[in-house]
Design a protein around this ligand. Structure first.
Ligand code: UD1
Ligand code: CA
Length: 452
């Protein structure tokens, strides 16, 4: 089929310079949600009609399988579809979606598509308690005969509760003809896509309708209030799905997933956690409160304690991380690694059983097996111009408050005395210490405060 996504509207009520369809829901532009749903239907052609906000929309969302068509000026939904007609294949139906309606499921769209088989037109409709503002579905003897916009409706039509969601599928050859016959003689002076219904009926084309599985699937975003409402609906759905998969959530209302979160069995997540991008969590993992985890992989039985930030990192099984740990991109930890509070690790590998339990910065470092990194250890990896690597071999012990000035290597089994500034390699199996020798002055008197 052909898909046309209408995304030219101006979104004035967002009170923002950013085009409405680029505002994020679950960390992803509204329009990207619609595009991703469309992709699940494997369309032959997917056109995005953009306008307001200029080239930002095609620039941000450019992809090989998308055509961006400019609608300028914006003269209504019918006029918007007209901009795409030259790209639509006549022998396949055309599905119209809205770029600001992000949560429509592909299952709902499939049920609509099924209704439209062979030269039929089908509309996705819902029945609303308060249909104010929506186009009303006018039926005669149960058959849809036209759609009347709220602003053009008479008293009787205003009483209709079945409304147009805006999503429809139509036979393309005829659609092009109906679009060419639209006029803008209506309350808004616009070319209404909805007017094709009456034209189709005149042409003897039958009109069917389908309803979404859930009403929220057709909710659009016109304001920050509606954006926040949809975000909560979406997060609620994602949390519900995790619960059904067996994940324990301390509070399903206090988790945010902005991307894809995959959890194995018996994962437990405390309140306030945010997951971004692609996160894979192994069996038996517990995640404490207020962690932010992005594009990372966590192996089985890891315990992540509260307030930990993990970004593009891999954590081996049975490790303990946090509280207040920060794992930055390129961190790869083996199994049974311990990373404690206020430890920052970047672009570094830790072998199994290694530990950095308190207050440390480890950057651009290769840490072997069973290494102990004392409190206050800092790898000085940056000389102001270039980054250099530190290597700490198996079974090394780094005393507290050590600076490792890279490039530098600590040999296997070496011990570095507390307070050392290591500027040369430390040989294996030896104690290396750089420290002013300790002296004591017997009978030394403290100064006393002078009287004025
Ligand atoms: C439209 C429908 C109405 C339906 C309602 C559902 C028409 C005439 N009316 O009304 O029956 O109940 O949606 O929300 O179709 N757009 C463009 N170019 C334009 C105008 C709009 O791309 O020139 C896009 C908007 O960005 C938006 C969508 O089309 O994504 C709908 O436009 P909007 O102005 O919200 O339509 P409504 O008047 O609410
Ligand atoms: Ca609207």
């Amino acid at each position: 089929m052909n898909v046309v996504i209408l995304a030219a509207g101006m979104g004035k009520r967002m009170q923002s310079d950013l085009p409405k369809v680029l505002h994020a829901l679950a960390g992803k532009p509204l329009l990207s949600h619609v595009i991703d749903t469309a992709r699940q239907l494997s369309p032959t052609c997917c056109c995005v009609v953009y306008g307001h906000g200029g080239e930002l929309v095609p620039t941000r969302l450019a992809a090989d399988d998308l055509h961006f068509v400019l609608q300028e000026p914006q003269l209504g939904t019918g006029h918007a579809v007209m901009q795409a007609t030259s790209l639509l294949h006549d022998d396949q139906p055309t599905l119209v979606l809205y770029g600001d309606v992000p949560l429509t499921s592909d299952a709902t769209l499939r049920s609509l598509i099924d209704k439209a088989s062979n030269n039929k037109l089908a509309i996705l409709t819902i029945t609303m308690e308060d249909p104010t503002g929506y186009g009303r579905i006018v039926r005669e003897e149960h058959k849809i005969v036209r759609i009347v916009e709220h602003k053009d409706a008479n008293e009787a039509e205003l009483q209709i509760h079945e409304v147009n969601t805006g999503i429809l599928i139509a036979p393309t050859r005829q659609l092009k003809d109906w679009l060419s016959r639209l006029s803008n003689h209506n309350a808004q002076g616009e070319y209404y896509l909805t007017d094709i219904i009456a034209l189709a009926v005149d042409d003897g084309v039958s009109i069917d309708s389908a309803q979404p599985a859930h009403a929220w699937e057709t909710l659009g975003v016109n304001s920050k209030v509606q954006l926040a409402e949809l975000e909560r609906i979406h997060q609620h759905n994602l949390a519900q799905q995790l619960l059904e998969e067996g994940v324990t959530l301390a509070d399903p209302a206090r988790i945010d997933i902005r991307g894809e979160l995959h959890c194995a069995r018996d994962v437990s997540i405390d309140v306030g956690c945010v997951f971004e991008g692609n996160v894979m969590i192994g069996q038996g993992v517990t995640i404490g409160a207020y962690c932010v985890i992005k594009n990372s992989r966590i192996a089985d039985n890891v315990n992540i304690k509260p307030f930990t930030h993990i970004d593009e990192a891999t954590i081996g099984s049975d490790s303990q991380i946090g509280p207040y740990a920060r794992l930055r991109p390129g961190t790869v930890l083996g199994s049974e690694v311990h990373v404690g509070n206020f430890v920052e690790i970047k672009n570094s590998e830790f072998g199994a059983h290694s530990k950095a339990n308190h207050l440390a910065y480890v950057g651009d470092t290769t840490v072997g097996l069973r290494v102990n990194i004392g409190a206050g250890t800092i790898t000085c990896n940056y000389d102001g111009a270039n980054k250099h690597r530190t290597v700490i071999e198996d079974d090394a012990f780094i005393g507290s408050d050590t600076q490792l000035v890279a490039p530098v290597t600590v040999g296997k089994g070496a011990t570095i005395g507390a307070g050392t500034t290591l500027t040369k390699d430390a040989p294996p199996d030896s104690l290396t210490v750089s420290r002013a020798r300790q002296t004591s002055i017997a009978g030394w008197q403290r100064p006393v405060k002078q009287k004025k």
